[in-house]
Design a protein around this ligand. Sequence first.
Ligand code: SF4
Length: 370
Amino acid sequence: MKIGWRSQRARRRRWIVARSRAGTGGRRGRLAQQPGLAEEAARWRPGTGGAEPVLLEITGLSKVFELTKGRLFKRRLGTIRALDGLDLSLRRGEVVGLIGESGAGKSTLVRCLMGHTTPSAGQIRWAGSSADPGRGAGGGIHAILQDPFAAFPAGRTGIELIGEPLLRAGADAAGLDRQIDPLLERCGLSRQDGERSLGELSGGQRQRIGIARALAGRPELLVCDDAVSALDAAIKAQIIELLAELRRDYRLTFLFLGHDLAPVQHLCDRLGVLYAGKLVEIGPPQAVLRTPRHPYSQLWLGSPDDALGEDDEAGPTPLAGPGRPAPPRPAAGCVYQPSCPRADAGCRSMPPPLRFVATGHAVACLRAEA
Ligand code: SF4
């Protein structure tokens, strides 16, 4: 009986997984030859995230964009506050998810962390030391985007793209293949896949190349910005499984951002809800999704069945976004006050701080009950 290329590839993947799980052999063993990642793998102990030191600490992070009109004589139209005093910390080995609608500040946060934009206020501390505002959190952080190669010509090959960060880190060009092959294999790709151009690869294969490229930079924190939302359900599940394996094997810390609840539900230690550049709720994923305490989370996440639906590919219905007017930002008090069904006079006096209402579950609402 003739075996099709798809089943051959599936067999090869199963073989790769089996060999990897066998311990020191296979791709994990070969990857261990790489300095840095091997050391990380040796240090990683599953389940120790809570006792680990803080890797990333964000304090009072704000970003205000000026809206102007005209090229020569710029006329100021107003401002957009994309991030508004965001506080968040990640422990080494922890996976934190932040969900929010379009305009909640997710992409601006990624840009601040990567050093692509300078925050208007606040501080990013990386492993205990202040990050340069123009450089973000530094070399230990790498991003996996929805399409990591949107800015690259379709003719570039995966091997070229994975080799770039290795060369930047000082790798010997003659021995580059010895470092690239284990990365490809670890991400479920063959050498032949790596030699194909981006235009010949499927969305899932491109994402695997993106992950291999991120690993080549020897990251400590991977920021995944809507990294799986464009993939179909089966590929999405495979990529999520791969990310979970990488977390376990190489002690990686993850920050997931997006609006798709399925990945964050399964991977995250903590899940936060962003609204208008603020963190309005954070806690254990099941608690935030099943019993949200903030009025905005309750309205957005809807009923528990809606929020946790395995087949809910689209995620919750957005309240704001393209074509929808952003709610007005009040001059004082709680930022959600103009839309909040539970607002009272007290909500206009002061912005509500995040406070714990249950174990590990904090909410920024004056009326949330413990
Ligand atoms: S503080 Fe007031 S306005 Fe803000 S979410 Fe709570 S009840 Fe609503």
